[in-house]
Design a protein around this ligand. Structure first.
Ligand code: GZL
Ligand code: ZN
Length: 371
């Protein structure tokens, strides 16, 4: 069973506290969620004397949260793109959760890993006066201005999957995995597996500037710093794609001949790296010369782990839409919401490997996965 720790602290306090396993990312954002307003509706401010009168029945209905009045809740979602299997699962999960049947009108934009497209999508959502905006930020940087614009327009913003380098008071909540903890999980497993043996490590990083890349790199390096017998030979971005992983691995193979560990920051990069090593006649996995560590633990990634091709795969659960929907429903009901929701995960290792940090793959573990 996937371990999922989602910490939603309701309560009247809107101060948040982060409870997740392993070293968390940043310290919890302490922020006061904006007063829970019903989504901005075009309404004339009532004349002062009107305030004394009890609202007419239909007025009351107008001020009720849309969901309560049966209206749909409009949500604009600016998604990273379609770069990986993980992303496809995450997108599907949001489209399933924010369906018309569930009372939502979802406006979905696939930003195709292009920052300008993603910023424009958010500005369009503001123009269209969405009730809520969800952003899975391609990069952590560059968000303060547009988040201020959304806040000025009275539209709550949920930062989902990844995180931003912006004033936390500019958005309502952040929902996602603890990327630093994931990197540390990978490093801790490698330390246990190598048991003091030397490591010449190549890293295929994720998309430049993405919190998933920054966090996994930071976490893995935190552990690598504890191992003087390890050397990180090189670290290049494969953009979270299979083509990117293959391209980087091909260039690594041209430059380095003595590596024995390849860290791929997502499964699709690992598939590309395996293709490149196959072409070069380099063996990998539990019976090969090179240890492969991957992230995402998607279905195919765990199949490769079960087959012994990937030695260790660190999960990052893409099924997070329920937490975003929960935040929106709370805001609709005028309840306080937590500033951060951590979706924590576990690591998986190939059969034959036992580890204090990871679950050993079996067919039933694979069959029991939700994505
Ligand atoms: C992680 C997510 C990353 C995945 C990649 O939460 O942001 O982006 O690891 C995806 O597969 O491209
Ligand atoms: Zn060591």
């Amino acid at each position: 069973m996937k371990k999922k720790l989602a910490v939603l602290l309701a309560g009247t306090m809107v101060m948040a506290s982060l409870v997740g396993c392993g070293g968390g990312d940043a310290a919890p954002a302490e922020t006061s969620a904006p007063a829970a307003e019903t989504p901005a509706e075009e309404e004339e401010a009532p004349a002062p004397e009107a305030e004394e009168e009890a609202p007419e029945a239909d007025d009351a209905a107008e001020t009720e949260a849309p969901a309560a009045s049966g209206d749909t809740i409009s949500v604009g979602f600016a998604q990273v793109g379609h770069e990986s299997d993980w992303r496809a699962a995450n997108t599907q999960n949001y489209q399933d959760a924010f369906s018309e049947a569930n009372g939502y009108e979802l406006s979905f934009v696939d930003a195709d890993n292009d920052n300008a497209v993603q910023l424009e999508a958010v500005r369009n959502f503001i123009q269209q006066e969405m009730d809520y905006i969800c952003i899975a930020p391609i990069e952590t940087a560059g968000w303060d201005t547009v988040l201020q614009e959304a806040q000025d327009a009275g539209i709550p913003v949920l930062i989902v999957d990844r995180s931003v380098d912006a004033d936390p008071s500019l958005y309502t909540t952040q929902i996602g995995c603890d990327m630093v903890a994931e990197g540390e999980m990978a490093g801790n497993w490698l330390g246990e597996y190598l048991d003091g043996a030397e490591a010449k490590i190549l890293v295929i990083e994720g998309s430049v500037g993405a919190s998933a890349t920054l966090g996994r790199t930071e976490g893995f390096n935190n552990i690598a710093a504890q191992h003087s017998e390890w050397e990180i030979l090189d670290s290049q971005s494969g953009d979270f794609t299979q083509a990117g992983g293959q391209e980087v691995m091909e260039s690594f193979i041209k430059s380095y001949s003595d590596f024995n560990v390849v860290v791929c920051q997502n499964d699709n990069e690992a598939y590309g790296a395996m293709d490149a090593m196959d072409a070069a006649g380099i063996t990998y996995g539990v019976d090969g010369d090179v240890i492969i560590i991957s992230f995402d633990a998607t279905h195919d990634g765990l199949q490769y782990t079960l087959d012994g091709k990937i030695n260790c795969n660190v999960e990052c659960n893409p099924l997070q839409a329920e937490f975003a929907a929960e935040v929106i429903q709370k805001l609709q009901a005028g309840e306080a919401v937590d500033a951060q929701t951590v979706v924590t995960d576990q690591a998986f290792v190939a059969p034959g490997i036992t580890s204090q940090y990871a679950v050993t793959m079996t067919q039933e573990v694979l069959d029991g996965r939700a994505y």
